[in-house]
Design a protein around this ligand. Structure first.
Ligand SMILES: [Zn+2]
Length: 413
């Protein structure tokens, strides 16, 4: 007999756990999509009793509070306005680059409480690097007078991230980090939940979540010390692939190149068009990564003729690689970010011209190729989204709803 095929059907269940309902309501409130129980009803179709129970659980757990009344349009009673309690959780985001990292502290209401840049090369290795990140967060929290243990930390690193394993796998520009227990280490030091992401994934997510109605995929291409790409689907979720390696365009082979790459292979896009590669072509001689980046960026910024020529030449090669991804994914928006992109107008201009002349017109009809809308804060925004969603996930709410005072009584009874 012929092997039957799997028929896809949406997973729908009428038996929702209390945590699932509470999580759904909390996320709708967090996203500004609902303000009252009636809004939740309209948005979800859930019954009044279910919504009442979900809201009650969130209020008792201190996740949501009532903030005044909303005048009702008809003759009905005014509705209670529900808002997220900003004290319910802190989100710590570390967007780490090869030479500079940004640490941000937010409350769950998206209020930015503090942000600090630290200059430490990722090449110092995981122990020294993560100790610096932890010390920075501890200092920021103590200056802000925040001691609440409820916190979620998101760290973005510039290497192939094993999202599920909480580590990085043979990261080319991060010597000494292979297999290091990053998530476990940070959890011990900072407490709370810790989530590891690829840095470009966080930036892609931040950009995607700042576009209100994304219809197609968004790609974020980072051109810095390395080259990487993050992919967000039209559903607003990251495309990580089976192992977390989706979008790693830095190691796509450039035809005709034999340039050795830090990954051990040769002819990779990163070996040809990253800041390091431009520095090599310009014969910039520095032993330190930070000094090399600084000199290349400064020469590119002041439009030194040799630097401009090399950037234009290498931008064309990046453009060719991006054309391939356009044919595969038909994105709606491509964001070109990273330190080299920020320093050079030519890079974006050349990539645009290659993309619009080489990709099929159906794929470029509505395509936007732009700089990051959030500038250097894309990674912060992505981390914040990941952090809020994790804090309000059903799994994270289980314990916190259970420990709410009157619910505990109900369970005892
Ligand atoms: Zn490579």
């Amino acid at each position: 007999m012929q092997q039957p095929v799997f028929i896809a059907a949406p997973t729908v269940t009428a038996r929702l756990s209390r945590e699932t309902v509470a999580s759904l309501i909390a996320k709708l409130i967090a996203g500004g999509r609902v303000a009252s129980k009636a809004d939740v009803g309209r948005a979800t179709g859930l019954s009044r009793t279910t919504i009442d129970a979900g809201v009650r659980a969130l209020v008792e757990a201190n996740a949501v509070r009532v903030s005044g009344l909303q005048p009702s349009p008809g003759r009905g009673r005014p509705a209670e306005v529900l808002v997220l309690n900003p004290d319910f959780g802190l989100i710590l985001v570390a967007d780490c680059g090869a030479t500079v990292s940004r640490c941000g502290v937010f409350d769950i209401g998206q209020q930015r409480l503090g942000v600090r840049d630290i200059e430490i090369p990722i090449g110092v290795g995981p122990d020294a690097f993560l100790a610096e990140v932890v010390a920075t967060f501890e200092e920021m929290l103590s200056e802000l007078g925040l001691t609440a243990p409820a916190r979620t930390t998101i760290i973005g690193l510039p290497g192939p991230v094993d999202y599920w394993g909480g580590t990085v796998v043979r990261p080319p520009i991060m010597p000494g980090w292979d297999g290091f227990p990053i998530v476990a280490g940070l959890r011990d030091a900072l407490g709370g939940e810790v989530i590891l992401e690829n840095d470009v994934n966080l930036r892609a997510l931040g950009e995607a979540r700042s576009v209100p109605a994304l219809r197609g995929p968004l790609l974020y291409v980072k051109v810095g010390s390395g080259i990487g790409m993050g992919i967000v689907g039209p559903d607003g979720l990251l495309v990580r692939g089976a192992d977390g390696a989706a979008g790693d365009i830095g190691h796509i082979r450039v035809a005709g190149s034999e340039e050795p790459c830090l990954c051990g292979s040769s002819g990779c896009l990163e070996a040809v068009a990253s800041i390091r590669a431009v520095g090599r072509a310009l014969e910039v001689d520095h032993s330190g990564e930070a000094e090399l980046v600084e000199e290349v960026v400064s020469r590119v910024r002041r439009r030194d003729p040799a630097a401009t020529m090399i950037v234009k030449e290498r931008a064309a090669i990046i453009g060719e690689a991006i054309v391939t991804t356009i044919q595969l994914l038909n994105p709606e928006r491509i964001v070109i970010g990273g330190q080299l992109a920020a320093a050079s107008d030519d890079l974006l201009a050349v990539i645009r011209s290659i993309v619009y002349s080489r990709a099929l017109s159906l794929a470029t009809r509505n395509l936007v190729v732009a700089r990051p809308a959030l500038g250097a804060d894309s990674g912060m925004a992505g981390g914040l989204a990941v952090g809020i969603e994790a804090t309000l996930s059903p799994e994270a709410l289980v314990g916190r709803l259970r420990s709410a005072p009157s619910l505990a009584k109900q369970i005892e009874a």
